[in-house]
Design a protein around this ligand. Structure first.
Ligand code: ADP
Length: 334
């Protein structure tokens, strides 16, 4: 079957001849009659009048057009974004004036654009909070600079530092993604002991006094990998456990040998993740909406983690059930 749908319309008689693919785009059966009017009825309500007007206007003036609109298929009720490009051919050598058009399914591109737009607004919003807090701290320091009260100063410097760390972290995450998109993530491999790395990483969480990181498994297993990047993956998984499993104080880390791979697990006893969400977790910009328990984040952490593991020829995955906690795991070649 062709990827592109085609159609022809006689400007005078309005006789409309859509290809089979074109009918499928509008959710019609391939042997069913579909008029131009029928097809436009499938355009979603929000876009229907605008689309009809644009096409009528072009027809009246005998102009070619190129428009995009969303439809809901007549029988299959499937939502699709279509790009409809039509060229006008004036009457010539006995052939009547007509339009010849091509229609393309652009749903995937549109959805990606939408996610990207959402992402830009989330990213700006996420950056705005620490920037405002940093600005407030600096303004206060400026106001008291001639009569500094040491305690106040210490508090403000602390606030400024925390905001700055938040900002650097977000920028680092954004840079990581752009490097990955350009295929520029270089790995600096050495041989190191996984257990050793995992007992060193995440000190910021060990020190918070709220969470316990419990290590188990093979203490001696070594891998040949980029230690900083693998560390980054573990830190990200542990940070997520802290963030998304707030009532769970014990976070379990483990290392096992499985065939020729090292298997690392990070397990929490939090609320878990709904089955239908699991497959999207490692997608770029994907975030689960936690309703009233909003957590800040860019939806990039797991995407970056999965890219790092894939570049090492390892695998990454998740096992979770609502109410049963979540286990993220990844493997690395030994
Ligand atoms: P971010 O944390 O910036 O949203 P991530 O890519 O790290 O981005 O995570 C994507 C989504 O996966 C999060 O929005 C969150 O809903 C979900 N998630 C990640 N880790 C856990 C976990 N341990 N328990 C429950 N949900 C999680």
């Amino acid at each position: 079957m062709h990827e592109i749908g085609n159609w022809i319309i006689d400007v005078e008689t309005r006789a409309f001849d859509p290809s089979q693919r074109m009918k499928e785009f509008f959710g019609y059966y391939i042997d069913e009659v579909m008029s131009l009017e029928n097809s436009l009825e499938c355009v979603t309500e929000e876009y229907r009048e605008k689309t009809k007007e644009a096409i009528e206007k072009a027809f009246l003036k005998g102009e070619s057009y190129n428009i995009e609109y969303p439809v809901i298929g007549l029988h299959d009720k499937t939502f699709r974004w279509l790009r409809d490009q039509a060229k006008f051919y004036p009457a010539k050598e006995g052939k009547p004036a007509h339009y010849s058009g091509t229609v393309l399914d652009i749903t995937e591109r549109k959805e990606f654009e939408q996610r990207k737009d959402d992402f830009i607004s989330i990213a700006s919003h996420e950056l705005k909070t620490p920037v405002s807090s940093l600005k407030a701290a600096l303004q206060l320091m400026d106001r008291i600079k001639n009569k500094p009260a040491p305690e106040m100063m210490i508090r403000l410097i602390d606030q400024a530092n925390k905001s700055m760390d938040k900002i650097s972290g977000l920028i680092e995450e954004l840079l990581n993604v752009s490097r990955m998109n350009e295929g520029e993530l270089k790995l600096n491999k050495t041989t190191f002991t996984l257990a050793h790395m995992m007992q060193q990483c995440c000190n910021h969480i060990r020190e918070d006094g709220i969470h316990k990181l419990i290590f188990s498994g093979n203490e001696n297993l070594q891998v040949h990998a980029d230690e900083n990047r693998v560390d980054q993956v573990v830190v990200n998984l542990v940070n997520n456990a802290v963030k998304y499993a707030p009532g769970c104080s014990d976070i379990h880390l483990s290392v096992e040998k499985e065939n020729s791979m090292a298997l690392v697990k990070v397990r929490d006893c939090g609320p878990g993740i709904a089955k239908e969400k699991l497959q999207h977790l490692f997608d770029r910009y994907y975030r689960v909406d936690h309703g009233s328990h909003h957590q800040s984040g860019l939806g990039l952490g797991l995407y970056i983690s999965s890219e790092i593991i894939k570049r090492h020829n390892g695998q990454i995955g998740v096992k979770s059930e609502v109410g049963e906690g979540t286990t993220f795991w990844f493997t690395l070649p030994l």
